[in-house]
Design a protein around this ligand. Sequence first.
Ligand code: AR6
Length: 182
Amino acid sequence: MIRFRAGEGLLGLAHADITTFPAEAVVNAANAHLAGGGGVDGAIHQAAGPQLPPACRAIVARRGPLEAGEAEPTPGFALQARYIFHAVGPIWRGGGHGEPQALARAYRSCLELARAHGVRTLAFPAISCGVYGYPVDLAAPLALAELARGLREGLAEEAWMTLYSAQAYETWLGHARRILKD
Ligand code: AR6
């Protein structure tokens, strides 16, 4: 676990499972219909319990499917976290279809939800870096820069990247050491 400073805020990296991470809000790498799935989405649904799917369905019924870059909140239900911010990342299609902008927006949308809901600490998975195929060496610097920018603006106090594998943690750490200050 390591922390970097970003203005008044802290940007942390942890080799951890997001479902048990002690943050006020955890971010889910969801799909447009908030329909659940595999990866971190499956793990969060499993841990949050049976109240989560109806809450997700109600959101999509109210506003329609989410575009890449958007995020919507639900309660955390059985999670320790008070909220789940369901963010939809872009599907990687080679990088020339607005993927970087959409990925940056996904992180930004969650920081703005944190601000709106009085959440000071939130934890992110590596959005789009699994099934959606975003190359991690491109996603990591972009995500870290976007989080640092939001923290410097005071949108939240602490943002954590929870990396599920030791290899992912090392990759993100390498990028963080290059672009952030301890
Ligand atoms: N904690 C933290 N990170 C995790 C965990 C966990 N418990 N489990 C997996 N990861 P993915 P995407 C990492 O595929 O690429 C779903 O089916 C994982 O190693 O979960 O945005 C949705 O329903 C990877 O680095 O999300 C969508 O349809 C990262 O989380 C689609 O997949 C994200 O991988 C979204 O794809």
